[in-house]
Write a protein that binds this ligand. Structure first.
Ligand code: FUC
Length: 778
């Protein structure tokens, strides 16, 4: 097999560095197939590949001391109703006493685990190391390391294959290589290592169970040299030969995402890992690489963004350090790279058949990671999936849908136990074990709006795909359950007769009140979608109840005393508060109840709120603000937020940092960059709604709009020069673009005038519109 080619250009699809990674969080490079992940260090004397697998979690069923999904045995409904009533006079309650009453200590919540480290020690090579290069090629989802030592050249390739469910590595050197290979596991589990050597290679199997909960795991490692043989040496395998060697590593557990047992009874993860490894090893390395590319490239290749980056020879860490220092071409290079990396990271951390992307995607090296590396559902899990539809990667949301569907069963108990209500809900956070109860951290324990917010993703998938079957079979049951919960739980506010959420708490901020803005906005968003969906699926009875409730619902949209959008129904906002959650703007993004083109007063208030909160914040908060400003049609401000994120909240390996590393910011910013170029939440395809002046020329291809439309836009200093639309379904398409304000050509009859036009698309149609006058830049 020919050595993989190494390209020096291609800055926008290549992360590269001129030294090995010293730090897991800041420097190592992530690869993954949604279920398994690895962090590549690229060490010379010793290579470390830190391995993760999504389902390896401590805690949950089987944990010593028991596990109750966060739910108390007795009903809390009377207490909750009483507190809710108490707040209806407009009073406030501090979260601490409420957390003492309603919060619960997490018992055996567990942590997402590292699977272990593949350590490959080298010896024999002598002399200075030169020409070192470590890279992550986003076009092929392959990490590479190359260098020379003395007169020997080394080249190593790594990828995690989705079709073959295996990490594959190939080590090539121009002279003999001497390797010692072991798999190190953390000490919170039992571990037995078995090694078998044969003619064509050797196999190591490490298996055991987590001490915490008995969850079984198994990892299989095959070493397949192209010459010579592999020997066993205690718990290690050694190789000494003048040829390339291929590694295949597979990992499994006996986890099953199934409430309430969460185990695949009878599954033998070690045997499963061996099966995976043998199946993969039945193919040549080149064949495995091709299957990986054939799987990955059609996903990654769907979208192309060109912001006018210049070619640069700077390694990625220096490219980032230089960002903002006045060279527009290299600034654009980093932005393009960051955008492509966000799409890459979503494919690498979320593929069908596994758990969704958690706070760290799929990558974790700790036994007790920050926030358990769990699923926070008061923004973070949702943000992870913001790019899925718009970046044309809808398949990556499948794990989210599976996960949320499985939460409905425990979520029904949460609704009963805490509210005596039908339907389903959960609060701040959840894990691999269907945790649905509140925790005892006063700042953030209460957020029963989480189910409605998650249900939104299902309906959005319908809006983008127009897949009526998905709506009926998957979206509607989840949405309906969330709506039934709120229909039973809303109370009449004696102050104005509206329906409100009470008790209500603005995420991680402020006192308990009745009818906080985000609570009302989320419920309004859910009901609005359910009202539409009820008609589409023919559920008249529920549709009527929802419409009646919507008519009385407080929408949570108020302008307060300093011109801000109020966070609470009572005007409590402090203009000096710079809290990272800007929950009161849910209706601007991800919701769409605030439409700046229709409601200038609310848009102005949203702007006042954002100005007061300021631009500096944690990683994910900055990412959210990119989306907010894009929705406010202020491209320069959105780009300023992106710049701040790249400078202050991005690590050398381009991971988002809260701090610490938290992947939501990568995803949120990627989605935000698309919001700057295309929006469709108001039923109109809005072309370049928030283009910053720093992006005077460019092109984006393959992004998605609601209505099953794939969009391509070219622009220059005169605005849009070409627009292409690929329509999956027949029906009207509404467009807004400055292109239609001037002379243009297009192959279809448009209705309307000026910048707003409509045409009737056919299924699988292709439409092109072009500016008809040359651009003479002034
Ligand atoms: C929410 C945020 C925190 C952090 C955590 C994982 O609670 O408010 O900032 O991102 O999630």
């Amino acid at each position: 097999m020919a050595a993989a080619s190494l390209t020096w250009g291609a800055q926008s699809t290549l992360l590269w560095y001129d030294k090995p990674a010293a730090d897991w969080e800041k420097e190592a490079l992530p690869i993954g197939n949604g279920r398994m992940g690895a962090m590549v260090f690229g060490g010379v004397q010793a290579e470390r590949l830190q391995i993760s697998e999504k389902s390896l979690w401590t805690g949950g069923p089987g944990a010593e001391g028991g596990y109750d999904f966060g739910l108390p045995a007795e009903s809390q409904a009377a207490k909750v109703a009483q507190l809710g009533k108490q707040l209806l006079d407009g009073s406030t309650l501090e979260p601490e006493p409420l957390a003492r009453q309603l919060g619960r200590k997490m018992r055996n919540y567990g942590d997402y685990q590292s699977f272990g480290d593949l350590i490959i020690e080298t010896s024999g090579a002598e002399g200075e190391v030169g020409g070192y290069r470590r890279e992550l090629d986003l076009r092929t989802a392959t990490a590479r390391v190359r260098y020379r030592q003395g007169f020997t050249g080394f080249l190593r390739d790594y990828f995690v294959s989705y079709p073959d469910q295996a990490l594959v590595a190939r080590w090539f050197s121009t002279n003999a290589q001497k390797l010692r290979v072991r798999f190190a596991v953390p000490d919170n589990r039992t571990a037995e290592t078995r090694i078998e050597t044969g003619k064509t290679g050797a196999r190591m199997v490490v298996s055991g169970a987590l001490k915490s909960n008995g969850l079984k795991y198994g990892v299989a490692l095959l070493m397949i040299p192209q010459c010579g043989s592999v020997q066993a040496d205690g718990d290690a395998m050694t190789f000494d030969g003048d040829c390339a060697i291929v590694f295949v590593l597979t990992a499994r557990t006996n986890y099953r995402m199934h409430y309430p047992d969460y185990r695949d009874a009878g599954a033998d993860p070690a045997a499963m890992a061996v099966r995976d490894a043998n199946q993969a090893a039945a193919r040549q390395y080149s064949h495995l690489a091709r299957r990986h590319a054939d799987d990955y490239q059609p996903l990654f290749g769907r979208v192309k963004l060109d912001l006018g980056a210049s070619e640069t020879k700077l390694p990625t860490d220096r490219l980032r350090e230089r960002y903002g220092s006045g060279d527009a071409g290299t600034d654009r290079a980093l932005e393009q790279l960051y955008f492509n990396y966000g799409r890459y990271l979503l494919i690498a951390a979320s593929r069908p058949g596994a758990l969704p992307a958690n706070l760290q995607g799929v990558w974790n090296d700790k036994a007790t990671p920050p926030w358990n590396a769990d699923y926070h559902v008061n923004i973070n899990l949702q943000m992870n999936y913001w790019p899925a539809e718009v970046a044309n990667l809808a398949e990556t949301a499948d794990p989210l849908f599976d996960f949320v569907e499985h939460l409905v069963a425990p979520g029904k108990l949460a609704a009963q136990r805490y509210f005596g209500a039908p339907g389903w809900t959960l609060f701040l956070n959840t894990n691999a074990w269907g945790y649905v109860g509140p925790i005892d951290w006063p700042t953030a324990f209460w957020q029963p709006e989480a189910s409605a917010w998650l249900a939104r993703h299902f309906y959005q998938h319908y809006l983008f795909s127009r897949d009526a079957q998905f709506l009926k079979q998957r979206a509607w049951p989840v949405m309906k359950g969330a709506a039934e919960f709120w229909l039973a739980t809303l109370v009449t506010d004696p102050r104005d007769g509206t329906l409100v959420v009470s008790p209500s708490y603005s995420p991680e901020h402020g006192p308990f009140t009745a009818g906080a803005a985000m609570s009302q906005q989320i419920v309004a968003d859910l009901f609005t979608h359910c009202s539409e969906a009820a008609k589409l699926v023919g559920d008249k009875a529920l549709g009527k109840r929802i419409d009646d409730a919507l008519a009385k619902l407080d929408r949570g949209l108020r302008v307060g005393k300093w011109g801000q959008l109020q966070e609470w129904k009572v005007d409590l906002d402090d203009a000096k508060d710079d809290h990272r959650h800007v929950s009161q703007l849910f209706a601007l993004h991800p919701g769409h109840a605030i439409d700046p083109l229709k409601d200038a007063a609310l848009a102005t208030a949203a702007r006042a709120t954002l100005d007061a909160r300021g631009d500096a914040s944690t990683g994910w908060s900055r990412a959210w603000k990119i989306n907010f400003w894009a929705r406010l049609r202020d491209g320069d401000r959105a780009q300023k937020l992106l710049a701040g994120l790249l400078v202050d909240s991005t690590l050398p390996n381009l991971w988002d940092t809260h701090p610490p590393f938290q992947i939501d910011g990568n995803y949120g910013a990627t989605a935000g960059m698309i919001e700057m170029l295309l929006q469709s939440q108001a039923g109109v395809l809005d072309i370049l709604p928030a283009l910053p002046k720093d992006w005077p020329r460019g092109s984006v291809q393959g992004i998605r709009a609601r209505g099953d439309v794939t969009v391509g836009i070219d622009w220059d200093t005169c605005g849009v020069s070409a627009l292409t639309l690929d329509t999956g379904r027949s029906g009207p398409v509404h467009l807004r673009s400055a292109l239609f304000g001037g002379k243009f050509e297009g192959g279809v009859a448009l209705k309307g005038e000026g910048t707003q036009r409509t045409f009737s698309a056919s299924a699988r149609g292709h439409y092109e519109f072009k500016r008809a006058t040359p651009c003479a830049p002034g």
